[in-house]
Each structure stands twice: as C-alpha cells, then as structure tokens.
Design a protein around this ligand. Structure first.
Ligand code: GLA
Length: 390
C-alpha cells in the first residue's frame, strides 16, 4: 500500500514539474522607473492629436526630455468602437490621422509613445476594452509603433487578474515589439505578489487626487504614500510599485506641497509620469519636475525603493539606499506649523560615529559634514531632501 502511495505521489510530482511554468516578462525594459507624461490627470477624456503633439513638443522645449522624461502616453478615450473584424477604431474626430502618424511624430522628437486600454470589456470611460482581442490589439499596437501600454481593470467582472494580465503580456511578447507593460488594477489583487513576471510596473492603489486635504472619496498623495509601507521590497529594476501618476502643477496644491509629493515619489522609486499641462506650466513647476539631483534618487540604478524609517507625530524620516552607498533622505513635515526634524545615522543603517557629508538636493548645496545625526527646520507640508554620504 505504502509503495502504491509513493508511486502515486511521485507521478503527481512528475506531472507537476512537467507543467510549463508561467512565462516571465523578460522584456528588458524599465530597468529604472519609467518617466514621461500621461494625459489623464489633467485632461481626462479631452485627448486629441493636437494635445499629444503639443505635450511632446513641450517635453522637448521645456528641458524635461533632457531631465529624463521619455514616454508620451495617451490615456483613456482615444478609442470609440470596433469594426466588423474586431479591430479597434480610433476616434476620427480627435485623431483624424489615426495613431500611427502621431506615434511617428512623437518618435521624431526622440521620445517614446504610449497608449491605454483595459483588461475588461470596456475601459473605465466606457470605451471598448481589450477582453477577447488581446492578440489582435497587441499586433495593432506594435504596427502603430507603441512603446508603452497602460492596461486598466474596469469592467472585468469575475476575470482573474493574474491570468488576464498574463494573456496581454503574452500577446505583447508575440507581437514582437518591446513594449513597457503598465498594470493598472489599483492594488486590488496585491499585484506586488504576482506581477513581477507579468508587468514592468503595477498600480498599488486607487486614483490619486490633486489635493493635500482631500474630500472623503478621494485619495491624496499622502494617503497613497502611507499605503506603500510594507510593500517596498517587491520593487526593483524592471518591476516597480506604481503609486500613480504625478499631480505636480495641476493647481490644487502649493509649490511646497508639490515639492513634497515629487520628493516622496522619487524616494519610492516611483514611475515619474507628469500629469500636468506641459505647454502652460510655471517656471516654479518646471523647476520641481526637472530637479536632476532629486530625479537621480528616483533613477538610481540599484533600484531599491525607499522606506519610512521614523515617524513621530507629523514628522517623518524616509531613507533610500543608493548604489554608491550613500542614502537619500527626506524629512517630511505633515503638520500645520514648522517643525525641527532630525535623522540619525543609525536610522540610515550607519554607525553613529561616522562623519558624513550632507547635501541639500532642493537647494543644490553642500550643508557640511556631520557626525551621528543631522537636524533642520522643515516648513509645514514641506520637506528637506538630502543626500548623506559617509
Ligand atoms: C482608471 C485609472 C486612471 C485612468 C482612468 C481612465 O480610473 O486608474 O488612471 O486611466 O481609469 O478612465
């Protein structure tokens, strides 16, 4: 009896190991968090060929391209229906020349082109989704010259998230063009646990709103920040936690608050998708979006996500290990008045006796050499962003 049980068990194991493992993503893309612009946060459904062209122009003329912004992504509402053969039909009014010439235009600027669809029957704005058309759509995207696909999760009914996204991953692979695959299922199915082999980035929460003190049904960037605690170790080169696109410059917050939002997104090694009107931004907003020392924290090739190492009331210390052994540090003041915030070397994983250079990344200034800790006054809703190098 024992022998029979043993045989049955080894047969079971054999079958188990013969089943091909789920294929990995392995597209070699997004080795640092992707950077670019996406139409949704500012323009929602008001997208058009002219808008996308002017965003691409502005990325170049503003200097954002030089700062690393690369992908120009049209979000929802470029699509209206499917034809008799099931091909996706582009809105003829707002995109009179179709998508290919627009992608060519974006490419002619030295940028990359991205598009949006949904794993369900319809997108969140009620446009046709990709369900049942994955391979057909992937071929179409590749033929248009798409370099980035954001794939949403509306109208998915009882669909299984890992399986649905894996189908699109395989369709993109079969289409043969390198396409960054951005999963947007809002963290509902804990994508950090399974999406490493499926997508290059995955949304971790619901949609961001442009506010510090948000209404009840809205998520502020600070609430999203809190929801990143505990999932930091799932991010790395080629597979990133995505706390949603940037709201910097959309008008609902002060410059100091936008500086804080941008600093923390860089600490999270978040994808940096600007979501504002690039053709009409103030120099102050441009300066936030293009601070190269802050962006370098986000783009550090080690690809370790930063984490909160201390929280005392409204004062927080965030730290991110950098490839050269230094630490990026953010002192965040969530309170209504100025606060003195300090970071100790031990919070950063350094011995207290170490002498380290502290550089202010917003001021672009070396602040001196310090032993055991550094302390500074941080304005209400503001940050001090530092690089500490022993
Ligand atoms: C969802 C996504 C957003 C945006 C809209 C488009 O809400 O989370 O980022 O893509 O759909 O309809």
């Amino acid at each position: 009896m024992k022998k029979i049980l043993c045989l049955a068990f080894s047969l079971f194991l054999g079958i188990l190991f013969c089943i091909p493992r789920a294929r990995a993503l392995e597209n070699g893309l997004a080795l640092t968090p992707p950077m670019g612009w996406n139409s949704w946060n500012r323009f929602a459904c008001n997208v058009s060929e002219d808008l996308v062209k002017s965003a691409a122009d502005a990325l170049v003329t503003s200097g954002m391209k030089d700062a690393g912004y690369e992908y120009v992504v049209i979000d929802d509402c470029w699509q209206v229906s499917r034809d008799a053969a099931g091909n996706i039909v582009v809105d003829p009014k707002n995109f009179p020349n179709g998508i290919k010439p627009l992608a060519d235009y974006v490419h002619s600027k030295g940028l990359k082109f991205g598009i949006y669809s949904d794993a369900g029957t319809k997108t969140c704005a009620g446009r046709p989704g990709g369900r049942g058309h994955e391979y057909q759509d992937a071929l179409q995207y590749a033929a248009w010259g798409v370099d980035y696909l954001k794939y949403d999760w509306c109208n998915t009914g009882t669909q299984n998230a890992p399986a649905s996204y894996a189908t699109m991953r395989d369709a993109l692979k079969a289409a043969g063009r390198p396409i960054v695959f951005s999963l947007c299922e809002w963290g509902s199915n804990k994508p950090w646990l399974w999406a490493r082999d499926v997508g290059n980035l995955w949304r971790t929460t619901g949609d961001i709103s442009d506010c510090w003190d948000c209404k009840k049904d809205q998520l502020s960037w600070t609430q999203i920040l809190d929801l990143q605690v505990g999932i930091e170790s799932y991010a790395g080169p080629g597979h990133w936690n995505d706390p949603d696109m940037l709201e910097v410059g959309n008008g609902g917050m002060t410059a100091a608050e936008y500086r804080s939002h941008f600093s923390l997104w860089c600490m999270l090694a978040a994808p940096l998708m600007a979501g504002n009107d690039l053709a009409h931004m103030t120099p102050e907003i441009l300066e936030i979006l293009t601070n190269k020392e802050v962006i370098a924290v986000d783009q550090d090739p080690l690809g370790l996500e930063g984490r909160r190492v201390r929280k005392t009331g409204d004062s927080e210390v965030w730290a991110k290990q950098m490839k050269d052994g230094s630490r990026a540090v953010v002192l965040l003041n969530r309170g209504a008045s100025d606060a003195e915030i300090s970071v100790s070397w031990e919070d950063l994983g350094y011995p207290a006796h170490l002498s380290a250079t502290v550089r202010g990344l917003w001021a672009h200034k070396d602040l001196g050499k310090f032993t055991s800790s550094f302390s500074t006054k941080v304005p209400s809703h503001g940050v001090a962003m530092l690089r500490v190098t022993p």
